[in-house]
Design a protein around this ligand. Sequence first.
Ligand code: CA
Length: 230
Amino acid sequence: MKNSKKIVISTLILFAAIVGIVLFLNKEDEETPETQQAAGSKGHPSIEGQPTLGEAEASVSIVEFGDYKCPSCKQWGEVVYPKLVKDYIDTGKAKFSYINVLFHGEESVLAALASESVYKQDPENFWAFHKAVFNAQPATQEHDNPWVTIDKMKEIAAATTPNVDLAKLESDLNTEGTPLAGEVSKDDGLVQEYNVPFTPTIIIDGVMLEDPFDYEKITSLIEKGAKTNE
Ligand code: CA
């Protein structure tokens, strides 16, 4: 009895030690910069069919996994994105693609469908619509309140995208089984494939940023990528 008790106790200790080591190693793993390369093993996400700003031949590709309902995405769009456009996209070094994430449920889906419809109908003015949807997002403490509606999407499209047929937009948002649902689920498939942990998630040439607001890191990845791909 005594011995078997001992065995049980030492087994428990051993088990706890193994769990401890595993947790420690995982933690170490999280902290090493190499895990920023998490996306690296899968390469860079395909940007085929995704709205892309900048020159197609730009040597560095930046992808944002974003959600119109996400307050950090709105903030990223106000703080980081304008610098990125000025420093790297307008200068032809990098291009920027946006992929929809559906972390906030039905409203995320509705906004994502609207963005796909607008992109399909009026690609030139997509980015104006995109920006305006984020602008329409209420202040942080109220972002959970419902605000993405069909009428709101139509109103924003009417103000920003002259070539969008609003009736078509409405039917894209109303119709079940609209072909655009395929675009949204394609985006969602990429979110699963790349284990997108939060929004916005930024991937630069296959490297996933731990902190999407770290502009120094963004700069160094772009400069490195521009050099490598020269
Ligand atoms: Ca898409």
